[in-house]
Structure formats: C-alpha cells, structure tokens
Design a protein around this ligand. Structure first.
Ligand SMILES: C[S@@+](CC[C@H](N)C(=O)[O-])C[C@H]1O[C@@H](n2cnc3c(N)ncnc32)[C@H](O)[C@@H]1O
Length: 314
C-alpha cells in the first residue's frame, strides 16, 4: 500500500520551498487582525462580511499581489482581481451534477475562489491543490475572514504529488490546467483515479476552431505564456477525453476570452490579456496564433469493473 503523509508533504513543500518572499507572506498572514465574522454569501459571490479592528487590511492584502481569481469581498475590502472568475462559474454551475452533499477536488485551484463557490452550492468538502505558494497564502488570507466551520482547503501540492489512486471524490474540477500538460492523455487518465465510479469531471481548457484533426502545439510562447503544449479543436478534445476512458463526454460552453473578463486592475497591476493580443487584430495573440477561446467539458467516470454477472447456464 502506498504511503502518503499529507501533513509532512504540506510542511515540506512550504518550508523547503526557500521562496524569497515566504517570510513576508507569513508576516502578512500573522498580522491580519481579529475578525468577527458576520454574514456571508457564497452563492452569488465570495463575500465575507464582519468587523475587524484595523483600517490597514487593504494595504496588507495588497502585499499578496498579484490577485488573479475573484472578485472577493473580505470585510470592507473589495478585491477586484485580474479575472472575473464569477463569469466562468455562472457558465457551468447550472449544467453540472448538483454539488449538494458532495466532496470535491479542484486540481489547479489557484487561491481557492471556486472552492468557496462550491461550498455555496452545498458541497460538504472542497479540497484544492496548487503548487504556487503565493496562491496558497492568498487562500489563507481569504480563509481568515471565513467562518471557522468553512470546509474549503487549499493544499500546496501539484497533482503529481497526490496518491495515484484516490477514488473518493464525487466531483473533480480541472480548469486552466490541461493546456500546460505535455502528455494531456495521461493527465486525463489520471483524473479518473480521483473519482468514485459515476463521479463527474468538469474540465475547462483552451480550444481552437477546427475539425477533429486540428490541434495547435505552439512553438515558443502562446499569448506570452510559457509551457502551453496542447490547444485542440473541441472535436479533437472530446475524442481524446473519450479515448482516455471517460463516458458521457459533452461540451457545455465555448467562449472567446475578452479583455473585460481578464484585465489589469489595482489588485493585479501586471500585463493582462490586452497586452497578450495583437494590437492591430484582437483575433490573434501577439505571436500570431488564434486568440484565447475556452471550452467547458463535462464527463463521467464509468461504473468501473462491475462484479461478473452470473449467467443462466441451466
Ligand atoms: C490558469 S490557472 C487556473 C486557475 C483556476 N483553476 C481557474 O480556472 O481560474 C492554472 C493553475 O494551475 C496551477 N498549477 C500549475 N501546475 C500545477 C500542478 N502540477 N498541479 C496542480 N496545479 C497546478 C497554477 O499554479 C495555477 O494556479
């Protein structure tokens, strides 16, 4: 049986990271003043109301820049993040199997924005993994404002560090991760190992216009991003997901990413989509590839190896 000491791994990934800003981030977390949670809303937004006794919370939270996923409202502070992540959530929430009472795993969860939205839909436990420590720190900052019984957790891990077999979740999300995989089929196969039979996958990724044989493997950067290896047409993506063993595969939404959905804000002051597109032709990236378009795909894990049926041999 595979040994997996989660506590040890989490501690190791934080302390061994030797990240130059780790002490500053931990300083921010330790300096957040006491918060008396009031009401909250996770169904229409991520909002934690309540009272705290200092006025510099906004300045402290800005030390955890760049804030990418949101928007978030923590006490009186409104965090206008780079992404309108709420738009993506609105596109999928009415199509997926209802999350009430479900345990959910979010691979590549960033600061955990969607974990709170999952709780808002009634999930009983929402666990995310993301190896990027700043996003984990942002989660801890957000969670400072959440009620103590909140059941969202971001673990500082890459999915590769999870046990290979973990078939306990009812729903698995993987959004914005597949195009970074060098071997997308292997990743799609691995995602099945986190679900119980009949569980649901929600996959969101970059796609292209085109027929089943079209896949873009960018040379160099794509929209200034490094490590983009796989941008398929929808038909090609659906077929790969089926080949990877998933059932009931269907695309529920396709949309070009706009500069209203992904943009520079006071909370993410670096370059954003506008700077990644051709200034003379917004249908192309700055490298000349088709501009970002994203699809949301749902799929189910099959029932597994059912017990052999006893035949009628009489
Ligand atoms: C494009 S963002 C998507 C964030 C979020 N899922 C969303 O849809 O808005 C990709 C995320 O995957 C994370 N990531 C990168 N490598 C990963 C890995 N090996 N395992 C899990 N997450 C990873 C990144 O740190 C980043 O937060």
């Amino acid at each position: 049986m595979q040994q997996f000491d989660l506590k040890e791994l989490v501690q190791k990934n934080i302390t061994d990271s030797n990240h130059g800003h780790l002490d500053d981030w931990l300083g921010v977390l330790n300096s957040l003043s006491d918060f008396m949670p009031g009401g909250y809303d996770l169904q229409r937004s991520v909002t934690f109301d309540g009272e705290y006794d200092s006025s510099d919370i906004e300045g402290k939270l800005k030390l955890l820049h760049p804030w990418r996923k949101g928007p978030l409202k923590l006490g009186k502070v409104e965090i206008d993040t780079e992404w309108r992540s709420d738009w993506k959530w609105d596109r999928l929430k009415d199509h997926i199997a209802p999350l009430g009472g479900r345990t959910v795993l979010d691979i590549g969860c960033g600061n955990g924005y969607y974990l709170y939205r999952m709780l808002g839909e009634g999930a009983k436990l929402a666990i995310g993994v993301d190896p990027f420590l700043l996003f984990v720190m942002q989660f801890w900052a957000i969670n400072h404002f959440a009620p103590k019984e909140s059941a969202a957790w971001v673990l500082p891990l890459g999915w590769e560090e999870l046990p290979e077999q973990l078939p306990y979740f009812d729903t698995v999300f993987s959004m914005g991760v597949l195009y970074h995989r060098r071997n997308p089929k292997l990743f799609l196969e691995q995602l099945q190992n986190y679900l119980r039979p009949g569980g649901e996958l929600i996959l969101e990724t970059l796609v292209l216009e085109g027929n089943a044989s079209e896949v873009l493997i960018p040379e160099g950067r794509y929209a200034k991003m490094r490590n983009v290896w796989y941008i398929p047409s929808i038909a090609s993506l659906v077929s790969l997901i089926e080949v990877a063993g998933w059932e009931n595969v269907r695309c529920i939404h396709v949309t070009p990413t706009t500069t209203e959905e992904q943009r520079t804000t006071d909370w993410m002051t670096f370059e954003s989509l506008k700077d990644f597109l051709d200034p003379n032709d917004a249908s192309k990236t700055i490298e000349g590839y088709p501009a970002p378009m994203r699809a949301i795909i749902l799929a189910s894990k099959g029932p597994g190896n059912a017990e052999p049926q006893l035949g009628n041999h009489s």
